[in-house]
Design a protein around this ligand. Structure first.
Ligand SMILES: [Zn+2]
Length: 330
């Protein structure tokens, strides 16, 4: 493990080019589906008002933030770069933040296939400092905090039904994540002990809640492995075309999984089609009863694990270079 510190300037020329032209949007109350993670490990979807697009006049300013490499020593062009940003951590809370990032990475990197491939990761911690400690609507609705990334339960107060939906301003989170040399996946941790998290282009998790790290693992199944969700909420019957994701099929014979059929799977049982997947109770099939793409705390199934490994190989050139050491065994 190696620690390398670098201080990056607030607003580089590249950042100016990227963020100066953000168009002014209107605040149409569009809705979007969001993934919700329940404390018992089950996962569902909830319909949530989209955040209003903020009008940008002139240049948006970014605070400077210290970036620390907490794991890995690889060139970002030959690594998977995981970037943590934090919200609701004041300068006095930085020790808590550092401990939260470490515990989430420890949890994630203990799960296969990350455990076998962790040496191909760089993990970056961006020290985002907030004026106030904590996140919005914690511990109860209506309590507001002045924080850098505007994180809050009840999806920042937008959703009336789902307390554990912990949303973040994804634009701000990505701006801070861009201070790291490269971001293949961004995880935003909130300074809270209360269970919560959300999916999306920025995954979120409660920093001081021990269970919340599972959310990030599930999200990496989407972002690295391009895996579909294997839960069957909220729809009834699927009538569309064959899904592109490798871990779901509309074919009840499971022929898509070829020689994987009947092979033992790390999450238990063997690969065999089970009805109910990708938001539908009927008409779509998953490869095993209960992988992490269906329930937090479970393993990836064999199809999912191999998809992740294939994606690592595509992302990390030296993994497929014949001159490099062989792929680690599972
Ligand atoms: Zn999901």
């Amino acid at each position: 493990m190696q620690r390398a510190r670098l201080i990056l300037p607030a607003l580089t020329v590249t950042a100016l080019a990227l963020f100066a032209q953000v168009p002014a949007g209107d605040a149409a109350p569009a809705m979007e589906w969001r993934e919700v993670f329940n404390e018992d490990g089950t996962i569902t979807q909830t319909l949530t008002p989209k955040p209003a697009t903020k009008t940008t006049t002139g240049f948006r300013t970014l605070a400077a933030a210290e970036v620390t490499r907490i794991y890995g020593d690889r060139d970002p062009s030959d690594a998977f770069d995981l970037v943590f940003v934090g919200d609701g951590y004041t300068s006095d809370d930085m020790a808590t933040y550092t401990a939260n990032v470490k515990s989430k990475w420890d949890e994630l990197s203990a799960v296969e296939p990350f455990a076998s491939y962790k040496k191909y990761f760089n993990v970056w911690q961006v020290d985002v400092i907030s004026p106030e400690s904590g996140v919005d609507h914690d511990p109860t609705k209506g309590i507001l905090k002045d924080t850098a990334l505007d994180m809050g339960f009840w999806c920042q107060g937008r959703d009336a039904n789902t307390e554990r939906l912990l949303c973040v301003d994804e634009t701000k989170a990505k701006e801070y994540a861009a201070l790291a040399p490269q971001a293949d996946q961004v995880i935003a941790l909130g300074n809270t002990t209360k269970y919560g998290g959300a999916g999306g282009s920025v995954a979120t998790a409660a920093g001081s809640n021990a269970q919340a790290g599972q959310i990030a693992i599930h999200e990496l199944g989407h972002s690295i492995g391009d895996l579909a969700d294997e839960y069957d909420y909220p729809y009834l019957t699927y009538t569309g075309s064959e899904p592109r994701e490798v871990n779901v099929t509309k074919d009840p014979t499971g022929a898509k999984w070829g020689e994987y059929l009947n092979q033992p799977s790390p999450d238990g049982g063997v690969i065999a089609p089970i009805e109910g997947a990708r938001y539908y109770k009927n008409g779509l099939y998953r490869p095993t009863a209960n992988s992490i793409m269906r329930t937090l705390g479970k393993e990836f199934n064999l199809i999912g694990r191999d998809a992740m490994i294939k994606a690592f190989k595509a992302k990390i050139p030296s993994l497929t270079d014949p001159a490099s050491p062989p792929t680690p065994a599972n």
